[in-house]
Design a protein around this ligand. Structure first.
Ligand code: S3P
Length: 221
């Protein structure tokens, strides 16, 4: 008797959470689809979500989740560039310097921003090029993810991608580099962004919800 009551309770709890999950996801999918269908009818520009922001601000983690929620594909611009080049970013820097990497980055950003219904994670320095910013603005809604220097420092130290994809950009130590570049790039990030989300104290799920809301608002604006 006791066991069967417990099972019924557990099954009710499970059903409740399943319903909440289905409602939230279904609502977002239907709502966004309607906006997109109506929106694309009179928009010339492509409809993508482009995530920008400094290294370690969560573009890849959030980007994958946003894409999953919308039923779109997520493309990390750095991964795509490395695939095309057949080598990792650190090697590209070693062989041709930052200049060679930025040239490749421009062609990748132009290509990806011309696609439709993709979530694109742009490299942290992509906003430094006017050409990239123009392509990103034309390519969709540009969302800036921010985080404070300490959070970024801890995330970069822990991320396995740092060694192969994040060659050092200054002669200072990692912490100084982050502080210096965040300050220097701030105006570039804000000029490029349609929306800004500070991810320092947000869970990935909260970041995703804010990004989707920002995207829907922009499409209906
Ligand atoms: C860079 C950031 C990296 C990568 C490259 C240069 C930068 O991308 O594009 O190492 O200039 O900040 P992530 O932001 O994905 O780490």
């Amino acid at each position: 008797m006791y066991v069967s009551c417990t099972l019924v309770c557990l099954s009710n709890i499970f059903s409740f959470f399943l319903c909440v999950w289905l409602y939230r996801n279904l609502r977002i999918t239907v709502y966004t689809s309607v906006i997109l269908t109506v929106g694309t009818f009179y928009r010339d520009d492509a409809v993508n979500i482009i995530l920008i922001g400094f290294r370690g601000t969560g573009k890849t983690t959030a980007g994958r989740l946003v894409a999953e929620r919308l039923g779109w594909e997520f493309i990390d611009a750095d991964d795509y560039l490395q695939e095309k080049a057949g080598k990792d970013i650190t090697t590209i820097f070693d062989e041709g310097g930052e200049k060679a990497f930025r040239r490749m980055e421009e062609s990748v950003i132009a290509e990806l921003c011309g696609l439709e219904r993709r979530v694109i994670g742009a490299g942290g320095g992509a906003v430094l090029s006017k050409k990239n910013v123009k392509n990103m603005k034309k390519g969709g809604v540009v969302i800036l993810l921010e985080a404070d220097a300490e959070t970024i420092y801890e995330r970069l130290k822990a991320d396995v991608k740092t060694r192969s994809q994040r060659p050092r950009l200054t002669d200072g130590d990692l912490h100084d580099e982050i502080v210096h570049l965040l300050e220097y790039r701030r105006k570039y990030y804000h000029k490029a962004a349609d929306f800004t989300i500070d991810t320092s104290h947000l869970t990935p799920e909260e970041t995703v919800q804010k990004a989707i809301t920002a995207f829907e608002e922009r499409l209906t604006a």
